[in-house]
Design a protein around this ligand. Structure first.
Ligand SMILES: [Fe+2]
Length: 177
């Protein structure tokens, strides 16, 4: 197994049981998002992005008071020495995608979980029109928006999904050599 894949499994083993204000643990959330991506016919790189999109929550120092509000960039930075932009860019943009969806899609805000509404405030709220245009110019914005929709959905208590070990081969195929 690639050291990167073992490292990811170790990160989830260490901190994947934390709950961060949602109904599910980080590991359950990651697995649900990856399962939703796979069921939606996403490319392997986007399934991996869905699985790893909140890794920024798992790698931060516990005393990082601002961590949960910039876990998108922290996670993407950590991933960028391990995977290419097709994995890291949707991760980097998944908070921006929430702010964009809240700005452009009527009713989207009402679908957010309470924890997600809370973090939205600290993330800048719904995008302004110029911010939305800048987001739409990002090469991976479509993938980020797809990831964001799974992110909203992947918070169901007691849902049975494939275990982390099932993604080894998929991740191996994407690790930078
Ligand atoms: Fe998430």
């Amino acid at each position: 197994m690639s050291p990167v894949v073992s490292e990811i499994e170790a990160v989830f083993a260490a901190k994947g049981g934390e709950t961060y204000g949602e109904q599910v643990t980080q590991l359950e959330h990651a697995l649900q998002c990856a399962a939703l991506a796979a069921a939606d016919g996403a490319a392997p790189s986007l399934v991996a992005a869905a699985l790893l999109h909140d890794v920024g929550h798992l790698i931060e120092e516990p005393d990082d008071a601002f961590g949960q509000h910039r876990h998108d960039r922290g996670g993407a930075a950590w991933l960028s020495s391990r995977f290419g932009p097709e994995v890291t860019e949707p991760v980097r943009l998944h908070v921006a995608a929430k702010r964009w969806l809240c700005a452009v899609e009527p009713g989207y805000f009402d679908r957010l979980s309470p924890a997600s509404v809370h973090s939205l405030k600290h993330q800048g709220g719904p995008m302004s029109a110029p911010e939305a245009r800048a987001f739409e110019a990002e090469p991976f914005h479509d993938q980020a928006v797809r990831l964001r929709r799974w992110d909203e959905e992947g918070k169901r208590e007691g849902l049975h999904v494939r275990p982390l070990g099932d993604y080894r081969e998929l991740l191996e195929g994407l690790v930078l050599r």
